[in-house]
Design a binder for this molecule. Structure first.
Ligand code: NAP
Ligand code: F7E
Length: 333
């Protein structure tokens, strides 16, 4: 007898993590429904290879009726809430919009689940940015939060409303406290991709300098493709919970530059220029997670090392810039 495939809804499917999670779930025979908000141009750059296998449906975290309608129509067994205004720098200039999607958007999804089908399992994309000005090193599930940006504050709300709906209404709602995870699909504005793309432009003669902000900030950087497995594992547990997902290692932006430029045969000191515009009103200086719970309970661990991640991103951007050049396309940043 063949079993019916499980159906999952991903909000934020057009983003970095959405594309990796969709791949991961399709490989496990899920039916994947992806919520996409309306925009004037099609935004499936990260999903081109999967486009025929995903059902795209319109919806927006700012519009609760669209969420209710979507759940009623598609009846997913699992909902992964990855959608958010996720760029920390933008959260300083657009704090209210950030709160609408990154904070209140979570309540809207949870309420829609409660209203339509409380047996739906829910994953919330929480963030190490909640630890902000850290009060403990390394950071674990019990570490108190001290967010340092409107984005971090909004994620704290999203985290606690997830815990609250779990405790108040018995929802199977889990929160993954994910530390920075990167890839060749990362948005160009985030520092790792800005560096790998900048290295490629410099190497291929399209630029001479790369302007960055604080080079001393330290992050626990992993590979996005490894992290989506942890999201899925959380929803396969009998009991919902909160999990730190991290590598347990920390590196500075300066170290990232050093490795990335060296991989292309360059010295970052010849090209990186510090620019006040890229400093933040309040910085998160040091993040490093303790993923022991994820390892022990979920059996999850990262597979990609820091040097492998950096090299993979630089190689992919060298390839991208070369192929754009061949097609006479202007640089993307
Ligand atoms: P991302 O690449 O910026 O993707 C964000 C996604 O959210 C995009 O698909 C975007 O759609 C969608 N979105 C934004 N506002 C929306 C709205 N109002 N309604 C519906 N969709 C909306 O982010 P990511 O790196 O994949 O991260 C995924 C999630 O994990 C985010 O919640 C992020 O805050 C969180 N997180 C990320 C990291 C990390 O290191 N990557 C770490 C911890 C937590 P458009 O394509 O239309 O813009
Ligand atoms: O900055 C410093 C910057 O923008 C990392 C999001 O996915 O991870 C991400 O947030 C560090 C910061 O990521 C530049 O000041 C220096 O200290 O790549 P980022 P983020 O702020 O850590 C968390 C976990 C999330 O949840 C978020 O959604 O790098 N930095 N110079 C710079 N950062 C940028 N973007 N640009 C620079 O020129």
């Amino acid at each position: 007898m063949t079993s019916t495939p499980k159906r999952a809804l991903i909000t934020g499917i057009t983003g970095q993590d959405g594309s990796y999670l969709a791949e991961f779930l399709l490989a496990r025979d899920y039916e994947v429904v992806g919520m996409v908000r309306r925009s004037s141009t099609v935004n499936f750059e990260r999903l081109g290879h999967l486009q025929d296998r995903i059902e795209f449906v319109p919806g927006d975290l700012l519009d609760e009726v669209s969420l209710i309608h979507l759940l009623r129509t598609h009846r997913p067994a699992e909902v992964y809430n990855l959608a958010a205004q996720s760029f920390v720098q933008t959260s300083f200039s657009q704090p209210v919009l950030t709160a609408e999607s990154t904070a209140l958007g979570v309540t809207r999804v949870l309420d829609a689940i409660r209203f339509v089908d409380p047996t739906i399992r829910f994953y919330q994309a929480s963030s190490s940015e909640m630890f902000g000005k850290v009060v403990e090193v390394p950071q674990r599930e019990s570490t108190p939060f001290y967010p340092r940006s409107p984005y971090g504050v909004a994620k704290v709300y999203g985290h606690w409303i997830t815990v609250n709906y779990r405790e108040s209404y018995g929802l199977h709602a889990s929160s993954g406290i994910l530390f920075n995870h990167e890839s060749e699909r990362r948005g160009l504005e985030f520092v790792t991709r800005k560096i790998s793309y900048g290295v490629a432009k410099i190497k291929l003669g399209l630029a001479d300098e790369l302007r960055l902000g604080n080079l001393e900030a330290q992050r626990d950087w992993g590979y996005a493709g490894d992290y989506v497995e942890a999201m899925w594992l959380m929803l396969q547990q009998d009991e919902p919970g909160d999990y730190v997902v991290a590598t347990g290692e920390t590196h500075s932006v300066r170290e990232f530059c050093e490795l990335a430029f060296a991989h292309a045969g360059l010295d970052y000191r010849d090209h990186v220029v510090q620019d006040e515009r890229f400093f933040r009103p309040a910085e998160v200086d040091l993040l490093v997670g303790d993923p022991s719970k994820a390892r022990q309970v979920l059996g999850w661990q990262p597979r990609t090392s820091f040097p492998e991640l950096v090299q993979q991103m630089v190689d992919a951007d060298l390839e991208l810039v070369r192929s754009d050049l061949e097609r006479h396309r202007a640089p993307r940043l």
